[in-house]
Ligand binder design. Structure first.
Ligand code: HEC
Length: 707
C-alpha cells in the first residue's frame, strides 16, 4: 500500500514538474546549469553532450521540454549520469535544463510591463493642475530594458503632462529592476478628458502604454494652502510674550477665497493674540495670499496647546484648515551657583605672599542674571583680587572671582564672598589661619574646569595631568584627595599625589584624571584635595558621555528550513546550500555553527570559509550542509549559527531509508527535490490532493464542453 502511494506520488510529482516547466521554467538558468553543472558543483552536461544540446550528442534532445526524461535517465544511471547527478538538481532546475534543451538558442531578453494600465485623476478645475499619479515600468526579463522615449498622445494629450518619476528618455533598466513615470492632469475643457502615456523600449512589442483619464471641472473653485501646519513657540517664561509667528495663507485656486471664520481655540486660546491681514469679509483673489500672525503671552507655567482654524469656501479640505500652536512656559527663576561652595586656605605665614583661590559663579537659572555686586565681607585679610564677572550673566554662562589671603594676625580668619543679583543672595564661606610659623603653600597648576573630550560610555578619554606645587617654606602632606560632586563614579584619579603623600617646599606631585562615563550626557565631578594645614583645593571635571549605538546583527537565511527527503543509509550523503546574507548595517561575525541530528557542515570552496566568518553589510556566503542518516525513519535536527549573543536556527529533516538489494537506483532526496519519495511530506500530500482535484476538474470541464 505504502509502495503504491509512493508510485502515485511520483507520478503526481512528474505531472507537477511538467506543469511547472510549461509555466515557469527558465531556459537561461538551464543553459547555465548545462554549461556549469549543478550549483553545488560537479560535472557539466557539456562535457559529455557537447557545447550545445542542438547537436543531440548522446540523444539529449529527447529531454526537450521534458524534465522527466532527464530524471528517468538519471534514475536509470544512463551513461553513469545517475552517479554524477542524483540529488544534485532541484525539480525546478531539471525543468530549467529541459527548457534549455528544448530551446538551445535561448538568449537573454528584456520583458517590459507597465502597471497600472489606467491612471484616473479625480476632478480638477479647468487650468488647475492635479496632484501627480504614477505608474511603474518593470523589467521582468533577463537583459537590460532600454527606454526610447516617454510621451503622451491621444485626443486630450495637452491636458496631461509628464513630470517626476524615475524613468527617463534613453534610460536603461537592469533585469529585475523598475522605474516610475508620473503624470499630472490640467484640464483645458470641462468633461471627460483622455490620453495615453506611451513608453517605447526594446522589449517585445516595442512599447508599453497607460491610459490617462480625468474630468475637467467647469466651475472655478478656491483652493487654500498654508505655509505651516504648526507653530511651536518653544520655551517661554511667564509674563514674557513670545516672538510673533507669521503663517501665509494662499489661494492657489481659480476663484476668490472667502473666510467664514478665523479663530483660535483650545486650552491656551486666551493667551494667544491673533492678528494679520487674513480676515472674514476680506477676499483673497485667486493666486493671492494673506497672513495670520500669532503670539503667545503665557501667564502661568505649563504646556501651551491651542489651534488656529480658518474656515472658508475653499474646495479642498472641506474648506477648513487648522494650525496647531504649541510651546511650554516656565516661571522665571534666576539662580546662581558657586564652585567650590566654600574656600579653605589653611595655614598661611603672616607676611608671606598672598595665597589665592578661584571661585566659579554660574547662571543656572532660566533668565539672565543682573549682578549688583561681587565682594568679600568679614575680614580684611581676605580680598577680592580679581573678577571676570560683569553686570549681567547670560543663562548657562559663568564668570570667575579670585580671592587672596594675607593674614596680619595669628589665628583663625572667617570671611565670605558675597554676590548680590536678582537671584537669591549668594555667600561663599572663606576660612584660613594666620601663623608666624613657616607654612606650606599648595597650588594647583590650573584652576579648571577640566573639559574632557566626548567619550563613549564605558570607554576612557585620554588622561589629563594637573600638578600640585608647594611654593611655601614648609612641607605639606595631602590629607585627602577625593572625588565628589554629581558623577564621581564617572572619573578616575591617579598620579603621584595621594593621601599621606608629602610634598616638600619647592617640590611637586601630579594628579592624573581620566573620564570614563557610565551614562550618556553631561557628567561632572569635583576633585577635592585637602592638606594637613586645612587648605582645600578644588578642580571641576566635566565630560560628555556618548551613548554606544547597539547594532543587533541581522542575518537573512535562505531557505530557513529544509527536508532532505528520503536518503539511503550508507549511500551518498546529499548536500544543500543555505545562503547567509548580512541584511544589517554593520559587519556581522558568525562565530560558529552547531549541528544537531545527522547533519554536518561540508567544506566547499565556493561556500562560506571556515568559522569565524565575517560578512560585510549586504555580503553573503553559502553554508553547505550534508545529511548522513544512520537510522531508518525520520531524522530531525537543526543548525544553530551564532554571532555574539544572537543565534539563528535552520530546521533540518530527512528520512533514513534502509538500502535493499532490489531497490530502484537511489535517485531520491537531496538538492532541493525534497519530496521525491517521502509520502509523509505534507507538501507532497498537498500536491497529490491538488493534482487529483485538477485532473477531476479537467475531466469535468471537458465533459461539460462536449455536451
Ligand atoms: C559522463 C558523461 C555524461 C554527462 C556529464 C552527462 N551525460 Fe547525459 N548522457 C550520457 C550518455 C553516455 C548518454 C546516452 C546513454 C544511452 O543512450 O544509454 C546520455 C543521455 C542523456 C539523455 C538522454 C536520455 C534518454 O532517455 O535518451 C539526456 C536527456 C541526458 N543525457 C541529459 C543530461 C544532462 C541534463 C546532463 C547534465 C546535467 C548530462 N546528461 C550529463 C553521458 C553524460
Amino acid at each position: 500500500m505504502n509502495r503504491l502511494i509512493a508510485r502515485v506520488a511520483s507520478a503526481v510529482l512528474l505531472f507537477g514538474l511538467v506543469g511547472q516547466a510549461a509555466q515557469a521554467a527558465d531556459a537561461l538558468n538551464g543553459k547555465s546549469l548545462y554549461l556549469n553543472g549543478p550549483v553545488s558543483g560537479g560535472a557539466t552536461c557539456a562535457s559529455c553532450h557537447g557545447p550545445t544540446p542542438a547537436n543531440n550528442v548522446n540523444g539529449i534532445l529527447a529531454a526537450a521540454n521534458q524534465p522527466s526524461v532527464i530524471s528517468n535517465a538519471f534514475a536509470a544511471n544512463l551513461g553513469g549520469m545517475g552517479s554524477l547527478f542524483n540529488g544534485k538538481f532541484s525539480a525546478a532546475e531539471l525543468a530549467d535544463l529541459a527548457a534549455f534543451i528544448g530551446n538551445p538558442n535561448v538568449t537573454a531578453a528584456p520583458a517590459a510591463s507597465l502597471a497600472p494600465t489606467t491612471l484616473t485623476f479625480s476632478g480638477a478645475n479647468i487650468g488647475q493642475a492635479s496632484a501627480p499619479l504614477s505608474a511603474t515600468l518593470t523589467n521582468s526579463g533577463n537583459a537590460a530594458l532600454n527606454i526610447g522615449t516617454i510621451s503622451i498622445g491621444g485626443a486630450a494629450a495637452g491636458d496631461f503632462a509628464l513630470g517626476g518619476g524615475s524613468c527617463a528618455n534613453g534610460a536603461s533598466i537592469a533585469a529585475g529592476a523598475n522605474c516610475t513615470v508620473q503624470a499630472t492632469f490640467t484640464p483645458t475643457a470641462a468633461g471627460a478628458r483622455a490620453a495615453t502615456l506611451i513608453i517605447t523600449h526594446n522589449a517585445t512589442g516595442g512599447s508599453s502604454t497607460v491610459s490617462l483619464n480625468g474630468t475637467g471641472n467647469a466651475t472655478p473653485q478656491a483652493t487654500i494652502g498654508l505655509s505651516a501646519s504648526s507653530v511651536d513657540f518653544g520655551k517661554l517664561l511667564t509674563g514674557i510674550p513670545s516672538a510673533v509667528s507669521s503663517i501665509t495663507v494662499n489661494n492657489s485656486g481659480q476663484a476668490a477665497l472667502n473666510f467664514s471664520a478665523i479663530s483660535v481655540s483650545g486650552a491656551s486660546a486666551s493667551i494667544i493674540t491673533r492678528a494679520g491681514t487674513c480676515a472674514v469679509g476680506t477676499s483673497v483673489a485667486a493666486g493671492s495670499s494673506c497672513t495670520v500672525t500669532v503670539q503667545a503671552a503665557p501667564t502661568s507655567a505649563g504646556a501651551i496647546a491651542a489651534s488656529l482654524t480658518l474656515a472658508s469656501n475653499a474646495s479642498n479640505g472641506g474648506g477648513t484648515v487648522t494650525v496647531s500652536l504649541t510651546g511650554t512656559a516656565a516661571a522665571p527663576a534666576p539662580a546662581l551657583s558657586a564652585t567650590p561652595s566654600a574656600v579653605a586656605f589653611g595655614s598661611q605665614t603672616i607676611g608671606a605672599a598672598a595665597a589665592t583661590q578661584t571661585i566659579t559663579l554660574a547662571n543656572t537659572g532660566n533668565v539672565a542674571l543682573s549682578i549688583g555686586s561681587v565682594g568679600v565681607t568679614g575680614s580684611t585679610a581676605v580680598k577680592l583680587s580679581g573678577s571676570t564677572c560683569g553686570t549681567t550673566l547670560a543663562v548657562g554662562a559663568s564668570c570667575a572671582a579670585t580671592v587672596s589671603f594675607t593674614p596680619t594676625t595669628e589665628g583663625a580668619v572667617t570671611a565670605a564672598l558675597a554676590v548680590a543679583s536678582n537671584a537669591p543672595a549668594l555667600q561663599v564661606g572663606i576660612t584660613g589661619t594666620g601663623t608666624t610659623q613657616a607654612t606650606a603653600k599648595p597650588a594647583l597648576s590650573e584652576t579648571g574646569p577640566i573639559a574632557f573630550a566626548d567619550t563613549q560610555v564605558g570607554s576612557s578619554a585620554a588622561d589629563h595631568t594637573t600638578t600640585l606645587g608647594n611654593s611655601g617654606n614648609a612641607a605639606l602632606k595631602i590629607a585627602t584627595l577625593t572625588l565628589g560632586g554629581t558623577n564621581p563614579g564617572d572619573f578616575v584619579v591617579g598620579g603621584t599625589c595621594a593621601a599621606n603623600v608629602s610634598v616638600s617646599s619647592g617640590a611637586t606631585c601630579t594628579i592624573t584624571t581620566a573620564f570614563k562615563p557610565t551614562a550618556a550626557g553631561a557628567r561632572s565631578a569635583d576633585l577635592l584635595l585637602v592638606t594637613d594645614s586645612g587648605a582645600q583645593l578644588h578642580l571641576t571635571l566635566n565630560g560628555n558621555g556618548v551613548a554606544v549605538v547597539v547594532t543587533t546583527p541581522s542575518l537573512g537565511i535562505s531557505p530557513q528550513s529544509f527536508d532532505f527527503g528520503s536518503v539511503v543509509i550508507g549511500g551518498t550523503a546529499p548536500t544543500r546550500r543555505f545562503t547567509l546574507t548580512n541584511s544589517g548595517a554593520a559587519a556581522v561575525t558568525l562565530s560558529g555553527a552547531t549541528f544537531s541530528g545527522p547533519f554536518a557542515a561540508v567544506a566547499d570552496s565556493t561556500g562560506c570559509t571556515a568559522f569565524p566568518v565575517t560578512l560585510q553589510p549586504g555580503a553573503s556566503c553559502d553554508l553547505v550542509v550534508s545529511y548522513t542518516p544512520t537510522n531508518a525513519g525520520a531524522s530531525n535536527g537543526s543548525v544553530a549559527i551564532q554571532s555574539g549573543s544572537t543565534t539563528w536556527n535552520i530546521a533540518l529533516s530527512g528520512q533514513g531509508a534502509a538500502s535493499t538489494p532490489n531497490a530502484a537506483p537511489s535517485n531520491h532526496g537531496g538538492g532541493g527535490c525534497s519530496a521525491s519519495q517521502d509520502v509523509t511530506d505534507p507538501t507532497l500530500v498537498a500536491l497529490l490532493v491538488l493534482s487529483l482535484v485538477v485532473i477531476g476538474w479537467r475531466r469535468r470541464s471537458r465533459n461539460g464542453g462536449a455536451k
